[in-house]
Design a binder for this molecule. Structure first.
Ligand SMILES: [Zn+2]
Length: 490
């Protein structure tokens, strides 16, 4: 544990927010030092996935594994996840059916807020600060060991189909795949071609042992769903058919803009129309994924803000809407039901390693843990580690860094300010205890974790100088595509 600043030292600090929080943490530490030590250890030690010993293919486990990533999907928009009593259940029937047939994790988060580091976490089982693929000027280095390489080494067929530049071979994500197909960028075929080609491939390989990675771009912006879907999602939207409506449909430039109430509603409708579109597209793929001995994982790489905290899109923000993702497993070894314990992106790799009895090199130490026993119905012990998350790096300011237990979520923002929310009663994160004074009742056990959180935030400092790997060779078309995705400027 680092030494905490005294109030006098804090008075000279350039960041009054940081200091205020430090003093409070210090005050609480006096009372809760024992607890603090335990919690800090819990929060910042590695997950320690167990390394499976078996090297030969399993005879009892799955013979086919499909990882389906639906980009930028805040789970709360799915009918199966939406906590509101008056929710719509007709927008995502295909994904919801899989949720009902499998095990659905209600508290799954992405460890990062945008595609490149998040996909790297999914593939390596490592957090951003450990895999270091944090900036779009860098690619996944050849030295990285990616999930499909484990399957390939064990003799499985490995195949990917992606619609997202930041999950493409340009960024190093072809490592371990026998073949990759890319859609909608880099001169490849249009995105509309992908689902049909996936279905064809699944039919052709129905008897093979395979690992299949699918990355669909919607509901990621641009929010330009077909008019027929928009009409179904938003039958009476006042901005539909107007010039302003068309502007919002065509661009992502409103990230930090103040929108009117009608505009906010329209953007939400457009996002949900994008989601309904991808659900419709997924129907035939999900049908084939019900084949025997097939393990299907449905998840996302991050969420999406729709003005809940004055921001649209994803990247800089770590509020719940930006990190709450679906996580659904269906197939052999999976008991149907709901798991309310914590889970995060880095758990995927150790889970698949265990379920498929694949050999993991001893040098690979995942930041996550296997969910295999929980998939079989075991409950997470109450003293489970918090899950860790951070925002986009390389925006010219410090990333937000946080952690979440079942009870609460806390993060330190770019100015060093603390945010703290109770999960049980405030899923929308309206009441920020982090901004309140001690006597107003901020949870002491959470403040005790603050020093470790700050330390982790500072660990990012060196990353600003050192993008990983070589710079990707972007064509003008690639750049235009990334700009359309909202990645212009910083
Ligand atoms: Zn993404």
């Amino acid at each position: 544990m680092p030494r905490l600043n005294s109030p006098e030292e804090c008075a000279q600090s350039p960041s009054p927010f940081a200091c205020k929080a430090r003093v409070r943490a210090s005050a609480y530490r006096a009372c809760f030092s024992g607890l603090a030590a335990i919690l800090c250890t819990l929060g910042f030690s590695c997950g320690g996935a167990e390394t499976p010993g078996a090297a030969s293919p399993s005879e009892s486990g799955p013979k086919r594994v499909i990882v389906l990533v639906i980009d930028a999907l805040n789970a709360d928009h799915l009918g199966s996840y939406d906590p509101r009593p008056n929710k719509r259940v007709d927008l995502t029937p295909h994904i919801d059916a899989i949720a009902a047939e499998g095990r659905r994790f209600t508290n799954a988060i992405s460890n990062n807020t945008w595609t490149l580091p998040s996909t790297t976490s999914l593939m390596t089982g490592l957090l951003q600060e450990n895999h270091k693929v944090t900036r779009r000027e860098g690619v996944v280095p050849l030295s990285a060991d990616l999930l499909p390489e484990r399957f390939q080494d064990a003799g499985w067929k490995t195949r990917s189909f992606v619609q997202m530049t930041y999950a493409s071979k340009l960024y190093g994500f072809d490592q371990g795949f026998d073949e990759t197909s890319e859609y909608g960028f880099g001169g490849g075929p249009g995105r509309a071609n992908m689902a049909g080609e996936v279905v064809q491939w699944m039919e052709d390989n129905a008897d093979e042992r395979y690992f299949l990675y699918l990355h669909f771009r919607r509901p990621h912006g641009v929010y330009n769903a077909p008019a027929s879907v928009r009409a179904r999602v938003t039958p009476s939207c006042v901005l539909a058919g107007t010039q302003r409506g068309a502007e919002l449909e065509a661009s992502q430039d409103f990230a930090w803009m103040e929108l009117t109430d009608d505009e906010k509603k329209h953007v939400r409708h457009l996002y949900r129309a994008n989601l309904a579109t991808v659900d419709q597209t997924l129907g035939p793929i999900l049908e084939l994924a019900r084949a025997p001995e097939t393990l299907l994982v449905v998840t996302s790489d991050h969420g999406e803000g729709l003005g809940e905290h004055d921001f649209y899109g994803h990247g800089p923000s770590v509020y719940r809407e930006n990190i709450h993702i679906p996580l659904i497993y269906r197939g052999p070894g999976v008991q149907v039901g709901v798991d309310q314990g914590l889970a995060s992106t880095v758990d995927l790799r150790p889970t698949l390693m265990e379920m498929c009895e694949l050999w993991e090199p001893a040098s690979i130490k995942s930041d996550g843990g296997s969910l295999a026993r929980r998939l079989a119905g075991e409950e997470l012990p109450p003293d489970a580690e918090p899950v860790r998350f951070s925002s986009r790096y390389g925006t010219g300011r410090a990333p937000s860094v946080g952690l979440m237990t079942v009870d609460a979520t806390m993060f330190v923002g770019p100015l060093g300010e603390l945010h703290l929310f109770g999960n049980a009663t405030d899923l929308e994160q309206r009441l920020d205890w982090g901004a309140m004074t001690d006597d107003e009742g901020c949870a002491p056990s959470w403040l005790a974790m603050l020093p470790g959180l700050r330390e982790r935030q500072q660990a990012y400092a060196y990353l600003s100088e050192a993008p990983s790997g070589e710079a990707p060779q972007l064509t003008a078309e690639d750049r235009a595509d990334l700009k359309a995705l909202g990645y212009a400027g910083d």
